[in-house]
Design a protein around this ligand. Structure first.
Ligand code: AMP
Ligand code: MG
Length: 336
């Protein structure tokens, strides 16, 4: 019998502290910094070269999807206004634009200029003035983006930012690579996005903890799932505080300010990394009733766990039996 303790570096979701494995071929662990987070890979393989290949794939993705790395195609597009960004980046931009439309603009990949203005990640972030914000609100109109083959055109002042979708996409690609190389059991952590396939051990299911947004050292509950990507968006992930107020990293495209909905955090579970990641951001902005409307509308195949501002948990129907509230988290759980 072999005990495995998985990395606690996963920024948003935590695995149950201990998972038991009793296989002859053990899991190999690999971790590295990329995409502004600590990426972890736990895969049942004895091929350490594969884990290095995963790392290189993620570095490549970072260059495909990053807005801030000088010289990347997205960077050039944002500088020049029209650029051949390559097939893959163009495809993700198109997917992001589709999700933008489906979420009535709650997920908007065209907010790079506002994200830059807020610069939440900088050492000395500041609250921009209302006039600075309103002067950039006109730069986020996603209907003005044109994608023609791999060439993308954006209007003056607009910058594309794929931070709300890139990690989910890359996590799905990593799973694709692992599968193609014969791995059937793995768990990949990308900060706010986790992808899992197979199982940790015979007869077991992956157990993914949903971090308590009110006390990030604990969980609100766990999800028993596999073959999916789980992404979480919450105001506790990245923020700064000024005069007792928290300014977090998810902006409401309508106001240009950190979104203020009735949701404290939301986890979205889907087979698609793009859907999981982009929708977690979108639902957080939309607020609960609108988010539930999108779920019931059935355009996208996903399930969700909402932790509401009043602490209650709302879980979508498809997760009945998969979600268990943690005994230490006192709140009502309802299924909708
Ligand atoms: P996530 O942690 O997946 O919710 O993504 C948050 C990141 O997405 C931010 O750090 C920004 O780069 C970007 N972002 C912020 N607000 C939005 C929004 N409303 N729609 C799309 N991307 C956003
Ligand atoms: Mg997201």
């Amino acid at each position: 019998m072999k005990y495995r303790i998985f990395s606690a570096f996963v920024a948003v979701l935590m695995l149950s502290p201990m998972l038991v494995s009793c296989f002859s071929s053990p899991f190999m662990h690999h971790g590295f910094f990329a995409m502004d987070t600590y990426v972890t890979v736990d895969a049942r393989t004895s091929d350490s070269g594969l884990l290095k290949d995963v790392e290189n794939l993620v570095y490549e993705d970072e260059r495909l999807f990053s807005r801030t790395f000088a010289g990347t195609k997205l960077y050039e597009l944002n500088e020049k206004g029209e650029y051949d960004v390559g097939e893959e980046t163009a495809r993700i931009i198109s997917t992001a634009l589709e999700i933008c439309e489906a979420t009535d603009g709650a997920f908007n990949p065209c907010m790079g200029s506002l994200i830059e203005l807020w610069d939440i990640k900088s050492e000395n972030p500041r609250v921009p003035t209302d006039s600075e914000i309103s002067s950039l609100l006109g730069t986020v109109d996603s209907s003005l983006v044109k994608v023609s083959g791999s060439t993308v055109t954006i209007p003056e002042g607009m910058k594309i930012d794929l931070g709300g979708i890139a990690k989910g996409c890359s996590a799905e690609k990593v799973i694709g690579l692992l599968r193609a190389r014969g791995v059937s059991d793995a768990l990949v952590g990308f900060g706010g996005s986790i992808a899992c396939i197979g199982s940790p051990s015979d007869g077991e299911t992956w157990s993914v903890g949903i971090r308590n947004p009110f006390d990030t050292g604990s969980v609100v509950g766990t999800l028993k799932v596999t073959d999916c990507i789980i992404s979480v968006s919450g105001s506790y992930e990245r923020y700064f505080e000024k005069d007792g107020k928290r300014y977090h990293h998810i902006l409401d495209p309508k106001t240009g300010k950190p979104s203020e909905s009735d949701i404290e955090s939301v986890a979205v579970i889907s087979k698609s990394g793009a859907v999981s990641d982009a929708l977690s951001t979108a639902l957080f902005v939309m607020g609960f009733e609108e988010a539930l409307g999108l779920y019931k509308g059935g355009i996208y195949d996903f399930e969700a766990v909402f932790v509401m501002k009043n602490r209650d948990i709302v879980v979508t129907r498809g997760l009945e039996g998969a979600f268990t509230k943690d005994d230490g988290y006192k709140a009502k759980v309802t299924y909708r």
